[in-house]
Design a binder for this molecule. Sequence first.
Ligand code: NAD
Length: 270
Amino acid sequence: MASDALAWQFHKIMERWYAMGGSVSGRLAGKVAVITGAGSGIGRASALLFAAEGARVVCADLSGHEKETAAEIGDAALAVHADVARAQDVSAMIDTAVAHFGRLDILFNNAGLSGRRGPAAERDEADFDHVIGVNLKGAFLGMKYAIPAMLTGGGGSVISTASAAGLVGWKDLALYSAAKGGVVQLTKSVALDYARQNIRVNAICPGMTWTGLAGGNQSPTPPPDLIPPQPVHRWGMPHELAAAALFLASDESSFITGTAIPVDGGYVAR
Ligand SMILES: NC(=O)c1ccc[n+]([C@@H]2O[C@H](COP(=O)([O-])OP(=O)(O)OC[C@H]3O[C@@H](n4cnc5c(N)ncnc54)[C@H](O)[C@@H]3O)[C@@H](O)[C@H]2O)c1
């Protein structure tokens, strides 16, 4: 069997395991997390995993699918409809999390989109505003409103989903690559701002991962002839990114701040 198909099967087993409350080592026991883009892909896998590890989770998205993720988790989750590119939505999302669960410990700024593909000169101002607005401004707004709430509670962990395309250039995705590169530098700079106040700020940089963004909503498993150019010769699976986010969210990474960790099957190692 192709390694993609095996990886996908393992992903579905892990999803089921999380949904059943599996992996109850309690690495996030007592913590409250807000996860954006929780209706699909990496965000959905992270919401299920964080909840399985004991967190109460606000599942935020603008797709409507955040309700399904929250329903799967049950009482430990709350669905919030929010557009991360709109300050009033993000502010309300954080206020709702604190009002409902009493505190905020973890923000996972994960919502994102790649935008239209093609050479940079063929993109227009609206493309720029959209891609930068969701990916980069969205991460900034999340930090802006979450950090004061975390400071009230004594500290916290912010994780943002950047991309391997934020670490190297990416043909036909200049705006996305610029936005994700911006997320990497935002992460490092905000980490410096709050390092002495017990707020850690890190990013994960996925390689090509089988999610909605990659076509995963059209086909549940990666087509066997669509192998991404990653050294591991297979797609990443959402639970593999969720595992990295969990590590950064948990106290196991207590000495790590200001990093952008590639989780990319070796893509940027070349
Ligand atoms: N899949 C990949 O290959 C890959 C690679 C590198 C980085 N990423 C990043 O991973 C993150 C998660 O994406 P994914 O791969 O799980 O894709 P996905 O499409 O499955 O999930 C993204 C989610 O974000 C939501 N979203 C989009 N715009 C939003 C907005 N303005 N406000 C709120 N929610 C919004 C979507 O509705 C969707 O549910 C994104 O930031 C993406 O850029 C993905």
